[in-house]
Design a binder for this molecule. Structure first.
Ligand SMILES: Nc1ncnc2c1ncn2[C@@H]1O[C@H](COP(=O)(O)OP(=O)(O)OP(=O)(O)O)[C@@H](O)[C@H]1O
Ligand SMILES: CC(C)(CO)[C@@H](O)C(=O)[O-]
Ligand code: BAL
Length: 397
């Protein structure tokens, strides 16, 4: 077999995009010269002077953060980092960025040379009757937040990297086979992670984890990150992603960041913008209920009824208080579920094994306000039904 060593020749270099071509060094130098176009100089190939200027790369203004909109542009951007052994982290998001997202990006920048933030509202994870059409899209404020965060990261010498790129593909890029089905029975190329994707959030949103696993598989394939960063706020999603990575032998490390909360305990979430002022005040009920369950566990409770009973009582008390108010003041909500689960499978537990710990989680539906008042802030999109989730980890003792 002919074993030839290769030499890298930089074809062109713009900003951080370097495209390298491989030439066999075993070729005699005259042959090597003939292989190269006539504008080659000292091994570097320069564009001919008459060639039209290449379009500038799209960047977030006043930053070096690249905006990449196609799979091929992302792969082109990625290639030199593989050759240079620079670690790449991916923080997948659906935009409408808040401090929770920024905390994940900070964690990614601490330990990786390059950080890619994806902003993509993935239709496949929205059920047919869910809020795909009204999901907040806030590109201008998102890019401003990333620019400000990038400046902050640059000033902190402890970080290995900064925000390198935003991947903001279209649905045609992400689903080349056509718009993905949102119905349970839709056909298409989907990744299903069961049984963990079928319980709790998966039971309430039957296409949700199929859509999440499918889009994350695509994002991981395109970005080829060494590490991916997800938030504990969506705890079942982290369990699904852990299974995806394990079962499809994906060479990526999953890092889970803690839930960022508002001062009153409400978990930050892009969907909080739907709440409006009246419902925002009551939306802490889920966190308060889970805290009561946590206190029951820390006080020695181990049985499901003891732990979850404490959470249910809080939810019932808050609802009773609200229902005692006039329709123009009150806030109605429904508890979708409160659960005590195994931390690795999300299977519901009858009794917590303190050596393993558990996950307390829940979802509530905040119903649209009754009797809206003149000028009342009803929230984004007129204040539709909002489904909120939250969780607390019961650590092993
Ligand atoms: N409060 C938070 N703290 C830490 N991470 C979070 C928080 N909220 C969201 N994340 C994480 O950010 C990533 C992107 O989430 P996403 O863009 O769906 O935001 P979101 O606020 O969860 O939106 P939604 O309201 O649609 O659930 C996910 O890994 C998610 O877990
Ligand atoms: C992981 C994710 C970006 C996939 O669309 C989404 O589910 C989210 O934002 O949590
Ligand atoms: N944060 C999870 C995305 C979703 O609820 O669709």
């Amino acid at each position: 077999m002919n074993t030839t060593r290769v030499q890298e020749v930089v074809l062109f270099e713009e900003s951080r995009d370097v495209v390298k071509f491989m030439y066999p060094t075993a070729l005699p130098s005259r042959q090597l010269q003939r292989t190269c176009p006539p504008n080659a100089h000292n091994g570097h190939l320069l564009p001919p002077p008459s060639s039209p200027p290449r379009p500038a790369f799209e960047k977030i203004p006043s930053t070096s953060i690249r905006v990449l909109r196609t799979v091929s542009a992302l792969r082109r951007w990625r290639r030199p980092h593989t050759l240079d052994q620079r670690t790449v982290a991916l923080v997948p998001t659906m935009g409408a960025l808040h401090e929770g997202h920024l905390s994940l990006i900070r964690a990614a920048a601490r330990d990786n040379h390059e950080v890619v933030v994806s902003i993509y509202v993935n239709p496949a994870q929205f059920g047919l009757s869910e809020d795909l059409e009204s999901y907040p899209v806030t590109w201008a404020t998102d890019t401003a937040a990333l620019a400000a965060l990038d400046r902050e990261l640059a000033e902190d010498g402890a970080n290995l990297g900064r925000v390198s790129a935003v991947f903001a593909p279209s649905t045609a890029e992400m689903y080349p086979g056509g718009f993905p089905g949102q119905a349970v029975e839709s056909k298409g190329s989907f990744v299903s992670i069961t049984p963990v994707g079928e319980v709790l959030e998966g039971a309430s949103r039957p296409t949700f984890f199929r859509g999440v696993a499918t889009v994350c598989m695509k994002l991981f394939n395109v970005v080829a990150p060494e590490r991916v960063y997800f938030g504990q706020k969506d705890v079942q999603q982290t369990v699904v992603i852990r299974s995806l990575v394990r079962d499809f032998l994906m060479p990526v490390e999953l890092v889970v960041g803690p839930t960022t909360r508002a001062a009153d305990g409400l978990a930050l979430s892009s969907r909080n913008v739907y709440l409006g002022e009246r419902r925002r005040r009551v939306a802490t009920v889920l966190h308060r209920a889970l805290k009561a369950a946590e206190a029951a566990y820390l006080g020695g409770g181990r049985e499901r009824e003891v732990v979850l009973g404490a959470a249910r009582r809080v939810a019932e008390e808050v609802l009773a208080e609200q229902m005692a108010l006039a329709p123009e003041e009150r806030v109605r909500f429904e508890v979708d579920y409160l659960a005590l689960s195994d931390p690795t499978t999300m299977e519901e537990l009858e009794v917590v094994d303190p050596a393993k710990g558990g996950i307390l989680s829940g979802a509530i539906r905040m119903l649209p306000v009754e009797a809206p008042q003149e000028g009342e802030d009803l929230g984004h999109s007129g204040g539709p039904l909002v489904r909120l989730i939250d969780n607390i980890i019961l650590p092993p003792s």
